[in-house]
Design a protein around this ligand. Structure first.
Ligand code: G
Ligand code: G
Ligand code: NA
Ligand code: MN
Length: 254
């Protein structure tokens, strides 16, 4: 069976799972968000990260039903955590280009929020600069629809693609995520340090929040705190983990 067929079957047989990675408010140290990250667990085989199957899912269009499953599962999980008394946090879900371009993406999201009885303000959709810049006019329409619903919008992997700052300013974006490639050598590479600083200043001047991805060390965190970066996400605090372990993390008061 080709990968496409396997993916189709995986969806039917519910072989996908989500792991969740906490997002921490740097000032308070509290968990304020989560990012849902897709994994594939073929029975009897090792877990597959998304890099090994997302592009095929994109090419074949399977990303559309898989993406809907991701959104539904992430919302339902966060709803369950809230019902269990865990502190309310925003859930981040990645949207791929193919999903974002669907004409009825806002309708699909509305339906999922309704089905899972999930408040829009607790959802953050993450899209990349390239998705937005591919067709800025169409992207603007879609982003306005989603934003008007009360959904938080994030630009993912910021700094790795091309963005027109004038467009960014006109779009209803709420936050930028500094790509982990700039965070990695933050404390040793003066160019990366300059880029991270500049992104933070730029974002704040546009009234956007900034989340640093891929934070692995206390030195990186100290730098980001000094630059008044708002949130961090990375192995320093927690790897992406299955839902039951995230509940533990909350209970242990981290
Ligand atoms: O943990 P990490 O290996 O999860 O993720 C690798 C890449 O896969 C990242 O670029 C991430 O944005 C992407 N990714 C993870 N989960 C999803 C998902 O649910 N949908 C889409 N479209 N991309 C995802
Ligand atoms: O592209 P996107 O930002 O959606 O994906 C985030 C990716 O970064 C995922 O693959 C996730 O597992 C990975 N990731 C999260 N935290 C860290 C970290 O601290 N270091 C590294 N190297 N990768 C991380
Ligand atoms: Na992301
Ligand atoms: Mn990213």
């Amino acid at each position: 069976l080709k990968l496409e067929g396997k993916l189709r079957r995986a969806l039917e047989r519910e072989e996908f799972v989500l792991h969740y990675q906490p997002q921490i408010d740097i000032r308070s140290g509290h968990i304020v968000g989560m990012e849902a990250l897709l994994r594939w667990m073929p029975p009897g085989k090792a877990m597959l990260p998304p890099d090994e199957f997302i592009s095929i899912a994109e090419e074949t269009g399977l990303i559309v039903p898989i993406g809907e499953w991701v959104l539904r599962t992430a919302c339902a999980q966060n709803r369950a955590w809230q019902a269990a008394g865990l502190p309310p946090v925003r859930m981040g879900v990645n949207l791929s280009a193919r999903q974002f371009k669907q004409h009825d993406i806002a309708k699909m999201v509305t339906q999922v929020l309704q089905d899972t009885d999930y408040p829009a303000s607790f959802l953050a959709l993450e899209i990349t600069e390239s998705i937005v810049m591919e067709n800025p006019e169409l992207a603007a329409q879609t982003l306005h629809k989603l934003s008007d619903m009360g959904i938080h919008l994030s630009i993912d992997d910021f700094g790795t693609g091309y963005s027109s700052l004038s467009y960014l300013k006109r779009f209803p974006i709420d936050s930028l995520k500094i790509d982990k490639s700039f965070v990695h050598d933050l404390t040793t590479d003066t160019d990366d340090a300059a880029i991270a600083k500049a992104v933070i200043v730029l974002a704040h001047s546009m009234k956007l929040k900034v989340i640093a991805e891929g934070v692995e060390t206390i030195e990186q965190l100290d730098f980001l705190r000094q630059q008044e970066c708002d949130q961090m996400q990375g192995y320093y605090f927690s790897r992406p983990q299955p839902a039951d372990q995230i509940a533990e993390l909350f209970r242990s008061g981290r």
